[in-house]
Design a protein around this ligand. Structure first.
Ligand code: TYM
Length: 331
């Protein structure tokens, strides 16, 4: 049987890249009857400086967001990473079979460390903790956006290495990356780059919690080009193409149908049509999130329940790993 694992960092509001690239797919897998674990990766977040109070708020906000987006905490296991200490324990063990050059070449590390004078060790071993997240549950499939592909590959390599050294223990986790545009939603300001939480210009992303007038403004200001027709040309016209992709993901219409409907419109007019759709689709989710964040005790209850279920699964694996690596206790 499959076991699906994925994680998300609790860094404020999620954007449409997180939504279409990851969260929506978790919900689909859950609704198809798969066993899904969803981890709020707070330990990953502290690899860059965080205000503890804000981080705690953001953890609850992420729980609210995932529930509002359709994660059913009765079916799926929704939990906070740091509440299951075996993640860090397994991270240590995996760290002993990871080489430094293997980590130094990962693109996300390069990107994030580029602008830092003093690079924290945590940022360096970040992908090892991510591998531990996955392997601790013997996950078979990991639904992610394309930017996480190399991290899953590391998890695969570490599973192989561990199995070879200590005997068959971990299944090799497969990454589930959509083969459509949702694998990489682009920035509204620089449509060759991905939409990202860390981009300094908030106009580059559409956040799920943005108010309607903010969504409208961001879509109006989205970078397009000097052609006024609405056409779908991923290579030549990445800006308009990204808008059509978002439209298509929200409505289920194909890019072709969307262009046909917009044949009388210029890109400026088309943006208004798209803004209406985005606002209409996000409004109920936003309302749900805001309602849920007013009930922190309820959210804590949900996470607590998730922690209990995750701990049960993790304990078995952790004991097996520790016995294999450190030798079995003799009583
Ligand atoms: P994070 O929090 O940066 O992103 C969460 C998910 O959103 C996807 N994503 C995108 N997908 C499409 N287009 C985009 N523009 C876009 N931007 C982000 C990401 O690929 C990701 O799937 N290290 C992980 C969290 C994590 C994790 C794990 C993931 C911790 N442990 C174990 C998988 C398995 C991260 O920072 O994701």
């Amino acid at each position: 049987p499959k076991r699906i694992f994925s994680g998300i960092q609790p860094t404020g509001s999620v954007h449409l890249g997180n939504y279409f690239g990851a969260i929506q797919r978790w919900v689909e897998l859950q609704n198809a009857g798969e066993e899904v674990l969803c981890s709020i990766a707070d330990l990953h977040s502290i690899t860059l400086p965080q205000d503890p109070k804000k981080l705690r708020e953001n953890t609850l906000l992420m729980a609210a967001t995932l529930v509002a987006c359709g994660i059913d905490f009765e079916k799926s296991i929704l939990f906070q990473q740091s509440k299951v200490p075996m993640h860090t324990e397994l991270c240590w063990v995996l760290g002993t079979i990871t080489t430094m050059p293997r980590l130094a070449h990962l693109p996300q590390f390069k990107e994030k460390s580029e602008s830092l004078k003093n690079i924290p060790l945590g940022l360096y071993i970040y992908p090892v903790l991510q591998a531990a997240d996955i392997l601790l549950y013997k996950a078979t499939h990991v639904p992610i956006g394309q930017d996480q592909a190399q991290h899953i590959q590391l998890a695969q390599d570490l599973a192989h290495t561990f199995n070879r050294k200590f005997g068959q223990t971990f299944p090799i986790p497969h990454s589930l990356i959509s083969d459509g545009p949702s694998q990489r939603i682009k920035s509204l300001r620089e449509p060759m780059k991905k939409m990202s939480k860390s981009h300094t210009d908030p106009k580059s992303r559409l956040d799920i919690l943005d108010e309607p007038d903010v969504l409208l403004e961001k879509i109006k200001k989205a970078m397009t080009d000097f052609t006024s027709e609405v056409t779908y040309q991923p290579e030549k016209r990445p800006g308009v193409t990204n808008l059509i992709n978002i439209h298509s993901l929200f409505t289920g219409k194909t890019p072709d149908e969307i262009c046909k409907e917009a044949v009388e419109l210029n890109t400026g007019q088309y943006k208004l049509v798209l803004a209406d759709i985005v606002i209409e689709k996000l409004s109920p989710i936003r309302a749900d999130i805001l309602r849920l964040t007013k009930e922190p005790a309820y959210l804590d209850e949900i996470l607590k329940k998730g922690t209990e279920r995750a701990t049960e699964l993790a304990t078995n694996c952790s004991e097996e790993v520790m016995n294999k690596v450190l030798g079995t206790d003799t009583i």
